[in-house]
Design a binder for this molecule. Structure first.
Ligand SMILES: [Zn+2]
Length: 502
């Protein structure tokens, strides 16, 4: 029998501290693809959709893909943009008969009218499908997962890697569980255990530290006959919402109390390690001092500007690291991106080779990451910002920084972009004429994803906190909605010996 499956991808990681509202244009700036466009662009890449389509082929499904849309992490989604994307998914589910629904979501979506965007979408879907229809969703490892999401989706599978390189595998995993449900073989539901923390203390790194063993334990529990997926979500801390933080999910059946006890035991481990930070967050001057004296034997020094990562909703226009590198006289360096569309528009009035006086960056919120720098710069090149990724995360996928300029100031080449995007793929430099391998120092606005493509070429990697919006020092932010007490905001939870509350 051929099952008819509705699929869609609708992803946003909402940084509620960002001043930039997320409207329809923000989705167009990242991607908004109709069914045919999505299948052509994403169907054979490392995406959730590719995993859904793999299942479609394997199980002989008839797939109706509604749309694929994502905006770069930014502020709350407007009601108009949410309705614009949710409505076609919900009306498809209402107007036609489907045997199951399979959605690629992020799990940290906040709109200007509700804190739980994914819960809202699932609720609208359940209103037209009823309770019986199996719904499977995939989530990012940085999902904030609500009780509502677990109650409304039968099947939840999150990525197990950070840097995220298992999108297709995760999509196929969720699809395989859905297939078994459709055949009446299993009746899964999802339970959840949470920790009163803003996020897993290492942002859910899976390349080093305790998460490696926790993921192994999750894989082992998945081997049980009555367990179909175990997901460990690191949470997303830049969200001032009630249900923020790390969660452990079990999608299973049978003895749900045993699954709950297992989920709680992993949550307790996350809690127990809450002080064990893997990154050494240097201040920008310490990072610049290392860069100034660095001898690139085996490749460049990579400096990650953790706090100004556009991939977590920071503006990407923080100037603190650049200022420190300039003051330290660092040469043979490149930095990207520095997001400043206004400056790109100014540079578009000039020719490559000209020296232009600019006021660079620091315009969105100078209180986080430093104000604008007045600089004479040499214009190297101008472009439309389009590139195609080459690494494990976005290989083969087309993206655009919008109007983009490359400039040189002292010994540093800068990629100045209009659209804020995390720097995580070598092609994001190379497509604009900057070769990271021939640089002594490469500074990237990224927390962890850069490691997938840049660590193999690096002599050394250091991480700094520039004080920008995604600073790991959460006490710089004003949280009003999160449930208190919460780690690390409240001193009463600091005692390392304290067991997981609840
Ligand atoms: Zn993520």
């Amino acid at each position: 029998m051929s099952y008819k499956i509705l699929t869609a991808e609708f992803l946003h990681e909402t940084n509620t501290f960002s001043r930039i509202e997320t409207d329809a244009q923000a989705f167009h700036d990242c991607y908004f693809l109709t069914a045919a466009e999505a299948i052509s662009e994403r169907g054979e890449r490392n995406t959730e959709l590719a995993g859904f389509l793999d299942c479609g082929k394997k199980y002989g499904w008839q797939i109706d893909h509604v749309l694929s849309a994502a905006a770069g992490p930014s502020g709350k989604i407007t009601a108009a943009a949410f309705d614009w994307l949710a409505e076609p998914i919900v009306s498809a589910a209402r107007d036609q008969h489907y045997d199951g629904i399979l959605l690629g979501l992020h799990g940290a979506m906040v709109t200007d009218f509700c804190e739980d965007g994914e819960g809202e979408l699932l609720q609208r879907l359940r209103a037209v499908t009823g309770d019986k229809l199996p719904i499977a969703i995939t989530l990012d490892l940085h999902a904030n997962v609500s009780r509502k999401m677990c109650a409304l989706a039968n099947i939840i599978v999150s990525f197990k890697t950070y840097p995220h390189i298992d999108m297709r595998e995760t999509g196929a995993h969720a699809g395989a569980i859905l297939q078994r449900s459709l055949q009446g073989e299993i009746r899964p539901r999802t339970i959840h255990a949470a920790c009163p923390m803003l996020e897993e203390v290492n942002g859910a790194r899976t390349d080093s530290g305790p998460m490696i063993e926790w993921i192994r334990a999750a894989r082992r529990w998945e081997q049980r006959d009555d367990v179909f997926a175990v997901s460990i979500n690191g949470g997303f801390a830049s969200a001032d919402i009630a249900e923020v933080g790390p969660t452990v999910l079990v999608t299973g059946q049978g003895d749900m109390e045993a699954h709950r006890a297992f989920a709680k035991s992993l949550a307790a481990e996350i809690w127990r390690h809450r002080h064990d930070v893997l990154n050494d967050y240097l201040d920008v001057n310490a990072a610049a001092a290392i860069a100034a004296g660095f001898v690139a034997d085996k490749g460049p020094l990579i400096i990650a500007d953790y706090a100004d990562n556009p991939g977590a909703g920071s503006y990407g226009d923080s100037t603190n690291l650049l200022r420190a590198l300039l003051e330290a006289g660092v040469t043979g360096a490149c930095l990207g991106p520095l997001v400043d569309g206004e400056t790109v528009q100014q540079l578009l009035q000039h020719q490559p080779g000209e020296i232009v006086q600019i006021k660079l960056g620091g315009k969105m919120d100078p209180g986080f990451g430093g104000g604008p720098l007045d600089l004479p710069v040499e214009l190297i090149s101008l472009s439309d910002g389009h590139y195609v990724g080459g690494g494990a995360m976005i290989g083969g996928l087309s993206r655009s920084f919008g109007p983009t300029a490359v400039i040189r100031v002292a010994g540093i080449e800068l990629l100045i972009t209009t659209v804020a995007q995390q720097l995580l793929d070598l092609q994001q430099f190379r497509c604009f004429g900057i070769e990271p391998l021939s640089r002594r120092v490469v500074a990237v606005k990224s927390m962890q994803h850069f490691r997938a493509d840049f660590e193999p070429i690096a002599d050394r990697v250091i991480v700094c906190d520039s004080g920008a919006l995604c600073t790991p020092n959460y006490k710089q932010l004003t949280y009003t909605r999160v449930a208190r007490p919460i780690f690390p905001l409240d001193a009463e939870l600091d005692d390392p010996a304290m067991p997981l509350p609840g």
